[in-house]
Design a protein around this ligand. Structure first.
Ligand SMILES: *[C@@H]1O[C@H](CO)[C@@H](O)[C@H](O)[C@H]1NC(C)=O
Ligand SMILES: *[C@@H]1O[C@H](CO)[C@@H](O)[C@H](O)[C@H]1NC(C)=O
Ligand SMILES: *[C@@H]1O[C@H](CO)[C@@H](O)[C@H](O)[C@H]1NC(C)=O
Length: 372
């Protein structure tokens, strides 16, 4: 007869995770994380500011998989920034706009706002591209929030130097929306390509501004492969098979667009490393870390990577007139087998895979400090 072993595994897990947590907090290379960006990182700012442009985010099924209730994350669960906080033994980042809710900010703050752009809103106003704008809290607005908050995080010059040198700064992902708004308003690829250098300049400028403030560890993500995005696959749907990559079903020209943005960003970061040799400026290859599961889904436990888990009818389960959470939308029964959550944003499962690729390698360059 077998021994009654059932109580042991849970106990073992409790003890073991306790030991690991202790180990992490004792030797974690970062004592705080600050995050700037858009819906790929927002943990509640857009929701708190009144999500007029996207009210569904305030309801289930947002948050379904992990939190069990909506938190303002544009996903079914945790995102890249949450997996980083967990890996480095830090609390999940409180949204900056929750300041009145008693959150503690010393271990990090999230300034990211869903819908935010790298360029200021004036750029879009001048070009009549604000019809679908979700927020005015662009990257420079988010930086000014950090600068206002900084005196409460550290006091003397020495204190700030120490504190900021042990903090990790996420400068993005940001820039994806600058292009989304333009594509959704019907601008041509050539018109949009023409302002990629401006977007990259804004991201590099924000990175410099943070270094001037004392940041020493900066992670700057590139763009995801938008040709594999449900939104773009729906928007640019074509019967012409030539436009798709036969290996994965993604739109080749749009992935080329992401690669173009990323190549300019990498070149800009190279220049910044020369200008600030004391800072560690890491390029986070979101494209590469995501492309591997678009390319070999089953290898990462995915069954469907191009269709939305939550949405309306249409070739990719995405329909602008019945968005996830809205009337007529449905949710897949196994969100962990989907990479795309609502057509625009990824699932927790996809974000976990990307975060793992960044933390454990090889998608951070130079590599991140090991969590322990
Ligand atoms: C601005 O764009 C809207 C559609 O989004 C259009 O109806 C309007 O005519 C445009 N205005 C100008 C000045 O181009
Ligand atoms: C952005 O600011 C303008 C001018 O202050 C305002 O009219 C608009 O409603 C704001 N847009 C959003 C999405 O908050
Ligand atoms: C999108 O949804 C609308 C309203 O539910 C429906 O009438 C339309 O047929 C759907 N489009 C596709 C492509 O399924």
């Amino acid at each position: 007869m077998a021994m009654p072993s059932s109580p042991f595994p849970p106990l073992f897990i409790i003890f073991c995770s306790f030991c690991i947590l202790q180990g992490v907090s004792a030797s974690s290379p970062y004592t705080a994380i600050f995050s700037f960006g858009d819906s790929l990182a927002d943990t509640g700012n857009f929701l708190i500011s009144g999500p007029r442009a996207f009210p569904f985010i305030a309801r289930l099924p947002y948050g379904l998989t992990y939190f069990g209730h909506p938190t303002g994350r544009c996903s079914d669960g945790r995102m890249i920034i949450d997996f980083f906080a967990e890996a480095y033994g830090l609390p999940k980042l409180p949204p900056y706009l929750s300041s009145s809710q008693g959150w503690i900010y010393s271990k990090g703050v999230n300034f990211a706002v869903a819908g935010a752009t790298a360029l200021d809103v004036a750029f879009f106003q001048e070009r009549n591209l604000t019809a679908r704008l979700w927020t005015n809290s662009s990257l420079s607005v988010q930086l000014s929030w950090f600068e206002q908050l900084k005196p409460s995080l550290c006091h003397t010059t020495q204190d700030c130097t120490d504190y900021l040198s042990k903090s990790l700064f996420f400068v993005g992902e940001i820039g994806g929306n600058d292009y989304n708004y333009a594509f959704l308003q019907g601008l041509s690829m050539a018109q949009i390509q023409a302002f990629v250098p401006r977007v990259v300049e804004a991201i590099a400028g924000a990175t410099s501004r943070l270094i001037e403030q004392g940041a020493l560890n900066l992670l700057v993500p590139g763009n995801l492969p938008i040709g594999c995005s449900t939104l773009y696959l729906t928007l640019f749907y074509t019967p012409n098979k030539e436009e798709y990559d036969p290996r994965n079903g993604c739109l080749k020209a749009l992935n080329g667009f992401s690669k173009y943005h990323n190549s300019l960003l990498k070149a800009a970061l190279k220049k910044l490393r020369q200008k600030y040799p004391h800072a560690k400026i890491i390029y986070a290859d979101y494209y590469g870390a995501a492309f591997k599961f678009f390319h070999s889904p089953s290898h990462f436990g995915f069954k469907n990577v191009l269709s939305a888990c939550c949405g309306g009818t249409g070739p990719y389960n995405f329909n602008g007139s019945s968005l996830c959470g809205g009337p007529g939308s449905t949710v897949c029964s196994e969100p962990w087998t989907f990479a795309n959550w609502d057509g625009i944003h990824l699932t927790e499962a996809a974000y976990r895979t990307i975060a793992k690729g960044l933390i454990e390698g090889p998608y951070s360059s130079p590599p991140l400090a090991s969590p322990h």
